[in-house]
Design a protein around this ligand. Structure first.
Ligand code: CA
Length: 450
């Protein structure tokens, strides 16, 4: 009898506590151009739902990713640590070529591991790209549910197009019939519906707008005025993703979960030239440490907890997300992460910069940003690059004016800080496979004509 009373009391206490722990919704776009959202000035592709996250929350105008490439960015996004600390410097390669030992280090805890241990319902819907072997599978990395594909890209219209990289539910291969972006929205809605009465962590990782360029007429028809067919299909894919995000945000509203859900949206890297994206005034593309490779749309929403319509200008980075989400969830970590809990900065309670400096290493490329200053060796894929340029981003967001001759002391200061960080890293645990990847990067980063 006393046990029953205790049980009732415990259940009551848990329900009470859980009602106050926010849901965590992490939405990632893939290979989006920096300038391809309305809040960054895009005119030809309406993105009302992505824009609504900024309008209802905080847009970080100097929001970065630590990798200019898909898999490295995701490794740091889920661990809260610079991915080079555990050798995840490059993509693991296509499924058919990836060694079974290549994936997110099993020594690393993911955000999903931590939130699952804290009692959250966890799911990944979408692209994984952190290893193909079973030991790296999302269901073995803290996610209780999984719907998506394990590789770096996928057909949107044919679930069986890539036999090595099928669409899966859990460990089971399925034959998805819907346009993949629509299917991801459907699965996200179903997960939220099943878990709306308890705290959940949903990682919604679209492969849109990564190649291949595929969109059904219902989305392409919206952009009949765009004459460049590549841009038109890209616009259709963006529009489909924006609709999908609208459906997910809509279900939060319908279920009165907006004030109890922390939403974060980024692209995993800058736009590449191949998909019709544009990074606007930023120099370079995906696969470079120029701004065009690493500065991305970076938006938070948490109604009632974060201000609405605020623009936050201090440099922040995607590996801040685990620290931010864990703080929101009231989960403590024993290990020291590289990320910072951004909540007090976004609300204005905490002044000053979250980071002394941000750092990049991608093969021979490097960069460090400290305040408005950036020292960068970028733009040549995996080839050897020349001496670093010193840029003042406050005056030169397009990275055109090298001030290294004028400011040798600043160069030395930034180089010393980068060297110190670099000395803490380990070598890349696998090569940037295969050669065509390097070639693509080289093509993507041809120097500007000037
Ligand atoms: Ca990407």
């Amino acid at each position: 009898m006393r046990l029953v009373v205790l049980f009732v009391l415990l259940v009551g206490a848990t329900a009470q506590g859980e009602s106050q722990r926010p849901n965590i919704l992490l939405i990632v776009g893939d290979d989006m151009g920096y300038a391809d959202v309305g809040v960054h000035g895009c005119k030809d592709i309406p993105t009302p739902h992505i824009d609504s996250i900024a309008k209802n929350g905080v847009r970080c105008s100097s929001g970065y990713v630590s990798g200019p490439y898909c898999s490295p960015t995701r490794a740091a996004l889920l661990t809260g640590r610079y991915q080079q600390r555990f050798g995840h410097e490059f993509n693991p390669g296509p499924p058919v070529e990836a060694n079974i030992g290549v994936g997110l280090s099993l020594k690393e805890k993911t955000l999903a591991d931590r939130l699952k241990d804290a009692g959250y319902a966890t799911a990944l819907v979408g692209k994984w790209h952190l290893g193909h072997d079973k030991k790296f599978h999302p269901l073995n990395r803290g996610f209780q549910e999984y719907f998506g594909f394990l590789g770096g890209a996928h057909s949107y219209t044919n679930a069986k197009a890539d036999g090595n990289n099928p669409v899966m539910r859990g460990f089971d291969v399925i034959d998805e019939k819907e346009y993949l972006t629509d299917a991801f929205a459907r699965e996200a809605l179903a997960f939220i519906d099943r878990n709306k009465s308890k705290p959940f962590f949903l990682y919604l990782a679209f492969n849109a707008v990564h190649a291949p360029l595929q969109a059904p007429p219902k989305y392409r028809d919206r952009f009949a005025d765009i004459t460049d067919q590549r841009r038109r299909t890209y616009a259709a894919m963006m529009s489909a993703m924006d609709d999908a995000i609208g459906r997910v945000l809509g279900t939060l509203k319908e279920n009165k979960l907006e004030e109890n859900t922390l939403v974060f949206f980024i692209s995993d890297n800058g736009g590449p030239p191949v998909n019709g994206s544009t990074n606007g005034t930023l120099r370079g593309y995906k696969a470079s440490t120029w701004e065009g490779g690493i500065r991305v749309p970076f938006l938070f929403q948490w109604k009632g907890h974060l201000p609405a319509g605020k623009v936050y200008d201090r440099p922040v980075i995607q590996l801040d997300f685990p620290s931010t989400a864990l703080a929101a969830a009231g989960v403590k970590t024993e290990e020291k992460l590289d990320g910072v809990n951004l909540l007090p900065y976004l609300t204005g309670k905490q002044k000053g910069a979250p980071h002394d400096a941000l750092y990049w290493r991608f093969g021979q490329q490097m960069a460090i940003r400290k305040g408005d200053w950036k020292l960068v060796k970028g733009g040549r894929g995996n080839a050897i690059v020349e001496k670093p340029l010193l840029i003042n981003l406050a005056k030169d967001i397009g990275e055109q004016n090298d001030l290294s001759e004028k400011e040798p002391k600043k160069v030395a200061e930034l180089h010393a800080a980068w060297d110190k960080w670099n000395a803490e890293l380990i070598p890349a645990q696998w090569k940037p496979a295969p050669a065509r990847q390097a070639n693509r990067a080289n093509r993507a980063n041809r120097p500007l004509a000037n």
